[in-house]
Design a protein around this ligand. Structure first.
Ligand code: XCC
Length: 656
């Protein structure tokens, strides 16, 4: 293709059609002028494979790959005889295995770091929240009274390690769930043992010629997904809090306007908080600051993106430049001197865009290199070796900036860091912290229910638009929204993570927000922090009045712009935990098949939640609201309580 043809093709994509993020629009237009493509352009140029999209193909052996007809799913079987239900349940199982592996691997890294800190081998990090350590240890049955912190921490490491390595028995955090939910899991035979074992079993059961009954495979799908939510993800969150601090509300700035023309700009993108934490130490090192100044910079500006960014935005208020679909666009500013990435959601396309605009891109994790991108290994025993050298390279690039700098002016403010511990305190105060005020407001109908709106952005739908429209509709209908992951940044850019956004809420929710001084949309952190939502729903059940299990609660979850296998694993653990969960974009199961019926109806009959799917945000909202109202009705909250007039005779009867 000639250069002119390429420019023409790029310019045929209208940025406002693919994203509502103003700064991403500006940078896409600039990229098109510069002849640079991003995932938005590649998605427009490459239609999603219609067979793969519906999961109607199987490439588990060399007799295939076999393609079935998603329009007429029972008209054919694979060469081995596999039916559509076997093929798509196996494909779905492997998505759950991959997503669960990602979160549990992240959690395991946190555990290794924690162990190193406790043993004294790792010296650059320390335990920063001993109160949380004691609370989690107590919850897991570890003696805490009159014991040294380090002794408790050692026992906690041993106990948490079971999350991964245990061959038999139940995951430690299973006890956090309401008893009725635990019983339902036991009855269904889906309580996870150790995550490694569950992932291994899913891989073998999905091998050619193994589990060929979707209704049996679903058990392993659920068991593996639960090992993510109540295992890997929960461990990642809890150790993250113990080491880096439990979040409490902090005002933070988001959007590309957080970059600074006259400073050395460094972006950390990925997932694990340790790299970011060490980078904070590096950019505050007086020697490195002096070097930056000597190179003509006014300072060093550290910024986050995606979930790494959320880890440190929630805990330290570090500015955040944007979510997943803005990671290439931000490089088009020419202002990013260095971007260091660790694991997950790092597009290979970043390498080319970084090259075009002279950004120094570095991979840092042994599990995630990118061909052609320099790698500076991050080692927890000597973390500063990696982060200091990234800073040095960024300073060098600043001094030799060759590309015009074009930073969009817009930045937005939001309140972040609503850990479930803080929600407890916020509602009840120091002495009577509890979820009772939340439950009371749900029971009296001021708040109809709670919705989790989470997950990625995806170039197959207009970036941020589905998240924002959906959340606006929910809060307008008096539904309190909690958020994690990239979705939260979509809403922060739209100004909904501020207490002032209460005016967009329905009268009941607005009244509660104004009384407490909280936003109608609460940001809970990164993707692994979906475990905070699990903990919060457990607290709602424990506070009373809303049923005995998670499945009884008037709650719903959505990932309207999801793209990753991690999101599928998250969705599945919410469903298995009892939560109605709706996804947008596309759904990897053929409608009208037995497996579809099981996921969208059957699981609910077993006491779990269920899947649903819609693309339009208003349809998604309507379905979530209908589900919440259905749960309210089941709890008897749909009718006003009959007023009983108590006469003197009745009083005497009560007294006696
Ligand atoms: Fe990745 Fe966690 Fe999705 Fe964002 S939301 S695109 S998984 S960074 Ni978790």
């Amino acid at each position: 293709m000639s250069k002119n043809d390429k420019l023409q093709e790029l310019q045929s994509l209208v940025p406002a059609d693919v994203t509502i993020c103003e700064t991403t629009q500006q940078m896409l237009a600039k990229a098109h002028r510069d002849g640079v493509d991003t995932a938005f352009d590649r998605a427009a140029a490459m239609k999603a494979c219609p067979i793969g999209e519906k999961s109607a193909c199987c490439k588990h052996c060399a007799m295939g790959p076999c393609r079935l007809n998603s329009k007429d799913p029972y008209s054919k079987v694979g060469v081995c005889g596999a039916t559509i239900d076997t093929i798509q349940s196996r494909n779905f199982a492997r998505m759950v295995a991959s997503g669960t592996a990602s979160h549990t691997d992240h959690g395991m890294e946190m555990l290794n770091l924690f162990k190193g800190v406790v043993s004294g081998e790792i010296k650059d990090y320390e335990i920063s929240d001993t109160e949380k350590l004691i609370q989690v240890a107590g919850e897991l049955g570890i003696a805490t009274e009159d014991r040294e912190i380090n002794a408790i921490a050692r026992d906690l490491c041993t106990e948490m390690e079971k999350t991964y390595t245990q061959l038999e028995g139940e995951l430690p955090f299973i006890k956090r769930a309401p008893l009725k939910t635990q019983e339902m899991w036991r009855e269904a035979g889906v309580v996870p043992r150790g995550a490694m074992r569950e992932i291994m079993e899913i891989m073998t059961r999905t091998h050619m010629g193994m589990d060929q009954d979707y209704s049996n495979l679903i058990k392993q799908i659920n068991r593996t997904a639960l090992a993510d939510g109540w295992g890997g993800s929960m461990v990642a969150t809890e150790i993250g809090d113990i080491l880096f601090g439990t979040p409490y509300p902090v005002v933070g700035e988001v959007n590309m306007g957080v970059l600074k023309k006259d400073e050395v700009n460094i972006i950390i993108h990925g997932h694990e908080p340790n790299l970011f934490d060490s980078m904070i130490a590096s950019v505050n090192d007086p020697e490195l600051i002096a070097k930056a100044e000597a190179a003509g910079a006014k300072g060093i500006n550290l910024v986050g993106m995606c979930c790494s960014g959320l880890e440190m935005l929630s805990r330290r208020g570090v500015p955040h430049a944007g979510n997943f679909m803005s990671t290439e666009a931000v490089l088009v500013t020419g202002a990013v001197d260095a971007m260091a990435v660790d694991v997950q959601c790092i597009k290979q396309g970043l390498a080319k865009v970084a090259d075009c605009y002279g950004t120094k891109l570095f991979t840092t994790n042994p599990r995630a290199h990118i061909e052609g991108v320099p790698h500076i290994e991050f080692e927890e025993n000597y973390p500063r070796e990696c982060t200091d050298s990234v800073v040095e390279m960024a300073i060098k690039r600043f001094a030799g900036r060759e590309h015009p700098i074009d930073i969009p002016k817009r930045k937005d403010k939001g309140v972040f860091g609503f850990s479930h511990e803080y929600i407890n305190y916020m509602l009840g105060g120091t002495f009577r912290g509890s979820y009772t005020p939340l439950n009371d407001n749900i029971i009296n109908g001021r708040i109809r229910g709670v919705a989790g709106v989470v997950g990625c952005t995806n170039p197959r739908v207009k970036q941020d638009w589905v998240h924002v429209e959906l959340v606006k509709e929910l809060i307008k209908n008096d539904i309190l929204v909690v958020q994690t992951g990239c979705s939260q940044i979509s809403l922060a850019k739209a100004g909904l993570l501020t207490p002032e956004a209460a005016h967009l809420a329905g009268p009941g929710l607005a009244e509660v927000c104004e009384t407490v001084g909280m936003p109608p949309v609460l940001g809970l952190g990164a993707c692994v922090d979906n475990s905070r939502i699990l903990t919060a729903v457990c607290n709602m059940v424990a506070a009373g009045g809303l049923g005995d299990s998670i499945a009884d609660l008037p709650v719903a979850g959505a990932a309207p712009e999801y793209m990753s296998e991690k999101a599928i694993a998250i969705g599945q653990y919410f469903v298995a935990s009892g939560v109605y969960t709706i996804f947008g974009v596309t759904f990897p199961i053929v409608e009208q098949t037995k497996f579809h019926k099981l996921m969208f109806e059957g699981l609910e009959k077993q006491g779990m939640g269920k899947w649903d799917f819609a693309v339009d945000p208003h349809d998604i909202a309507a379905k979530m609201i209908a589900h919440i109202e259905k749960k309210r009705a089941a709890l008897g909250l749909d009718k006003d309580k009959e007023r009983v007039l108590v006469g003197m005779d009745d009083r005497r009867a009560i007294d006696s």
